[in-house]
Design a protein around this ligand. Structure first.
Ligand SMILES: O=C(O)C1=C[C@@H](OP(=O)(O)O)[C@@H](O)[C@H](O)C1
Ligand SMILES: C=C(OP(=O)(O)O)C(=O)O
Length: 402
């Protein structure tokens, strides 16, 4: 499905129902499975959470997670712990997203895992492993925090627990903290000593964890207000004091003209025209808000220099390439000064087409949607890719904009 966006010039004002957090849901599902009971409440309706929930019910056999990276990484560790034989695969893109760091760590614990395709990438064969604990493993923390979260969650079930030494730059660190916080909710206390994570042997309690609204999904509505420079949006169920690190995006958007107010039952976003002359940020802690920030800066004519984008190359698509190419169609000349960086110095060329490709990436579709309020008739190709994290996105977007 392609989506044509025609803004009716109405004021952006209303309530947006966000999906439940995909990251909280996926952790809650794995932790409940490891606890041997308890059903998380208010689970995300995203494709990624759905495939994980189904996979956790399987006693073995073929499991295809599609585009769901978190589900792939969490399941690799979970299946290695469980009895049974699995073939764990995903979409063509998933077969290009690395998993070597996690597989090598699991091998060190005694897992029997084989690559069924290219070395270092899914699909994986995982079978009847007996994992050993009471050891320290070292892990490259600069590729994906999901490997670390995956290991942390199974660690209490290993005899003697596990110590994980994080090597190199620790990216997406708030996701590691979210994992530790959620493990605590399920009864296991993890300790951090600098770049060392200490997980004791323990037993998870089958609690009924309630998932809250998704901060990463909120970023596209911040973006919309940053572009329109006026309007207000109420986001029920979103709390500043959240387990999700993306709650810290509040500070980024303040610099781009959107303020956040804590109100009863959620937060209210308000737009103004007060923004920094040049936006600079290291987004290595918040990779999922990078695309909406980039498109918001371009469309609000705010030059920017972003660093810490190294992990964007291995997401659902190569997001650095994809956003540079698609913003380029609208005439914005983005530049890549070094790997993991992106900048824009207000270089404007002619707009060549209003057709935006989305590269099977939900965040590409959602990040370019707000551009439709500046470019009437903008077409977002394969708009249904949003179901990976936010199936109701277009419904929520339409009632605000069209
Ligand atoms: O653990 C998680 O829930 C996630 C971690 C992040 O990935 P990386 O650690 O690979 O950056 C993030 O981009 C992803 O959407 C969700
Ligand atoms: C990177 C993402 O997800 P995953 O890695 O779980 O596929 C995302 O949702 O933007």
């Amino acid at each position: 499905m392609d989506k044509v966006i025609a803004w009716t010039q109405k004021k952006i004002e209303g309530t947006v129902i966000l999906p439940a957090s995909k990251s909280e849901s996926n952790r809650a599902l794995v932790l409940s499975a490891l606890a041997g009971g308890g059903m998380p409440e208010n689970l995300s309706d995203s494709d990624d959470t759905r495939v994980l929930a189904e996979a956790l019910k399987q006693a073995g056999g073929l499991v295809d997670v599609g585009h769901a990276g978190t589900s792939m990484r969490f399941l690799a560790a979970y299946f290695a712990l469980r009895e049974g034989v699995w073939e764990l695969t995903g979409s063509e893109r998933m077969k290009q997203r690395p998993i070597k760091v996690l597989v090598e760590a699991l091998w060190e614990l005694g897992a029997k895992i084989e690559y069924l395709g290219k070395e270092g990438f899914p699909p994986l064969w995982i079978g009847n492993s007996v994992l050993k604990g009471e050891r320290t493993i070292s892990l490259d923390a600069a590729v994906s925090s999901q490997y670390i979260s995956a290991l942390m969650m199974i660690a209490p079930l290993l005899k003697g627990g596990l110590v994980i030494d994080l090597k190199g730059k620790v990216i997406s660190a708030d996701y590691i903290r979210m994992t530790a916080e959620m493990m605590r909710c399920f009864g296991v206390n993890t300790r951090f000593e600098g770049k060392r994570v200490l997980i004791p042997e323990g037993v998870y309690a089958p609690v009924s964890f309630r998932v809250s609204a998704d901060w990463s999904a909120a970023s596209f509505f911040y973006e919309l207000l940053a572009i329109t420079e006026e309007g207000e949006i109420f986001l029920p169920g979103l709390y500043i004091d959240s387990l999700q690190g993306d709650a810290r995006q509040v500070d980024l958007w303040r610099q781009l003209g959107v303020t956040t107010e804590k109100v009863v039952g959620g937060v209210r976003l308000s737009a103004n025209s007060d923004r920094v002359a040049r936006f600079e940020a290291d987004l290595s802690g918040m990779p999922d808000v990078a695309l909406p920030v980039i498109v918001a800066c371009c469309l609000s004519d705010t030059p920017f220099h972003l660093t810490g984008l190294d992990t964007l190359y291995i997401k659902e698509c190569d997001r650095v390439m994809a956003v540079t190419r698609e913003a380029g169609k609208l005439g914005y000349g983005l530049q890549i000064p070094a790997r993991g960086e992106l900048c824009w110095d207000r270089v404007r060329n002619a707009c060549t087409t209003l057709e935006i490709d989305t590269y099977q990436d939900h965040r590409m579709a959602m990040a370019f949607a707000p551009a439709g309020v500046r470019y009437c008739g903008l077409i977002v190709r394969d708009a249904d890719v949003v179901s990976k994290s936010f199936p109701g996105f277009w419904e929520q977007y339409d009632h605000l904009v069209m």
